[in-house]
Design a protein around this ligand. Structure first.
Ligand SMILES: Nc1ncnc2c1ncn2[C@@H]1O[C@H](COP(=O)(O)OP(=O)(O)OP(=O)(O)O)[C@@H](O)[C@H]1O
Ligand SMILES: [Mg+2]
Length: 141
């Protein structure tokens, strides 16, 4: 799916509707440069999944945040500060991604491209102008 949004709100609405399609074990990968709307999109996913207290600042000392909502475990991963993935973090991420009970949302997913699962949803955001973004959603089976 390819769509151009004209406001952050419109981007969030796309994310909310995508959130309804995410199944347990689902991995959503966000790609896009600084300020393209990855965090806005994540907020929409979180809202759609029922998470109210999503922290959206890129954490300094942890890449992974866990949210439990009803019987769902949602992991929000933000790799903004990651320079290079090391073995320990790769192990930890693999364990989380292979647990079919988890839902995973990854900002800056390109920074762990080598270990992303085949089955995932890619969301690519591109800056068009100050208010517009192109959003491309691809579901890989
Ligand atoms: N159509 C749009 N969709 C999403 N964001 C938009 C849009 N138009 C303008 N914006 C603005 O772009 C910015 C997107 O910021 P956001 O923090 O979501 O980006 P990001 O990709 O997470 O950046 P970073 O990599 O720095 O964390 C916000 O300030 C938002 O108001
Ligand atoms: Mg961000």
């Amino acid at each position: 799916m390819n769509k151009v949004t004209k406001s952050p709100k419109e981007t969030q609405e796309i994310a909310i509707s995508l959130s309804k399609k995410i199944k347990k074990g689902g991995v959503v990968c966000l790609f896009g440069n600084l300020g393209t709307g990855k965090t806005i999109f994540t907020k929409g996913l979180a809202e759609g999944l029922g998470i109210e207290n999503l922290s959206i600042k890129s954490p300094t000392y942890t890449y992974i945040r866990h949210h439990k909502i009803k019987d769902q475990n949602v992991y929000h991963i933000d790799l903004y500060r990651l320079k290079q993935i090391d073995e320990l973090l790769a192990l930890e991420l693999n364990e989380i991604m292979h647990n079919k009970k988890n839902i995973i949302i990854i900002e800056w997913a390109d920074r762990m491209e080598s270990i992303l699962p085949k089955k995932r949803i890619d969301v690519e955001l591109e800056y068009l102008d100050d208010d517009s973004r192109e959003i491309k959603i691809t579901e890989h089976e």
